[in-house]
Design a protein around this ligand. Structure first.
Ligand SMILES: CCCC/C=C/CC(=O)SCCNC(=O)CCNC(=O)[C@H](O)C(C)(C)COP(=O)(O)OP(=O)(O)OC[C@H]1O[C@@H](n2cnc3c(N)ncnc32)[C@H](O)[C@@H]1OP(=O)(O)O
Length: 275
């Protein structure tokens, strides 16, 4: 649906590709130099290993395509992204869990450090890993008023990794992030706008895409080199810990996820979702 809207809107998308099984649809408007990455993994765009690998590989492809900007959004009716696939955390295979964590680390680094500006058009709920994807973009436009966004990991009885937390601090500041993270708070669109978790709130997805394109157009007169250097200087402190501590981060996640207490919490949370 959204893909059709974007195609109709610009009528100039000439390079149009599907990733395998259409979990991810990518288009490039060669005239504008803007790519659109649309998540389409019903029912909720949950991030499992295969989906993360596709996102990571598409980001690498965009690097080679030398695009000028990217919009990340969802083709689902009311979900941007429900975060990591929680079923992967229930009685996990440690090897697969490690792969998921490592792939998510690498996907985050690729998205957080793109050499082109990125906009998240948040057209639905965006908990946990979904919120992280949005926060990793350069700009966030959220459709309101009925959707929610936040890092709710404590509500599942798990700990958001340090790089999730640092990314949130970079967006909303230390104090607000601390309260938000410890309480696992999910914010409505208006609340998210108020605390600076999103940059704009709009009533519908058409407006959101337009706002996203407007933001990317700001960079038409900015040197790509000056943009990337500035972004790297700003973001380097947030990424450096992960670059230096990937294994430590992975060991913490896998060890804590396998513990009986966390497994119990995950089981209860999954049951509550089914209800
Ligand atoms: C290296 C990382 C270490 C640890 C970090 C983890 C970060 C994470 O991302 S943890 C994931 C946290 N995510 C959530 O808490 C989201 C939970 N889901 C929801 O709040 C809601 O489902 C929703 C607001 C996203 C959507 O609500 P809606 O009413 O439209 O749909 P539902 O009926 O609730 O869900 C439909 C269907 O999808 C299943 N599901 C929902 N979220 C997930 C998920 N994250 N992973 C897997 N499956 C999910 C839900 O159970 C339903 O399944 P059934 O149809 O089979 O009942």
């Amino acid at each position: 649906m959204l893909r059709r809207y974007i195609l109709n809107k610009t009528n100039t998308f000439i390079n149009y590709r599907y990733a395998s099984q259409s979990m991810l649809q990518s288009t490039i408007d060669d005239k504008l130099g803007i790519a659109t990455l649309v998540m389409n993994k019903p029912p909720v765009n949950s991030l499992n290993l295969e989906f993360l690998e596709e996102i990571k590989s598409q980001l690498t492809q965009f690097k080679n395509d030398k695009i000028r900007g990217m919009i990340l959004t969802s083709d689902l009716q009311k979900i941007f992204c429900a975060g990591l696939d929680i079923t992967e955390f229930s009685n996990p295979n440690p090897e697969r869990l490690s792969k998921i964590c490592t792939t998510f680390q690498d996907t985050w680094l690729a998205l957080y450090l793109t050499q082109f500006p990125t906009v998240a058009v948040i057209n639905g709920h965006s908990p946990a890993g979904g919120c992280l994807l949005a926060m990793s973009c350069d700009y966030r436009v959220m459709v309101g008023p009925n959707y929610t966004i936040g890092l709710n990991e404590t509500k599942l009885g798990i700990v958001a990794p340090k790089w999730f937390q640092d990314c949130m601090v970079a967006v909303i500041g230390q104090r607000k992030a601390e309260v938000s993270l410890t309480t696992g708070k999910m914010y409505t669109t208006d609340q998210a706008l108020q605390i600076g978790l999103v940059d704009e709130s709009v009533p519908d997805v058409d407006n959101a895409i337009n706002k996203g394109i407007q933001f990317l157009n700001n960079f038409q007169k900015i040197s790509p080199w000056a943009y990337k250097m500035t972004k790297d200087i700003r973001r380097q402190p947030t990424v450096q810990w992960l670059i230096d501590n990937k294994q430590k981060d992975l060991d913490f996640v896998v060890k804590s996820m396998m513990s009986p207490n966390v497994q119990k919490s995950i089981g209860l949370y999954l049951q509550s979702l089914k209800k």
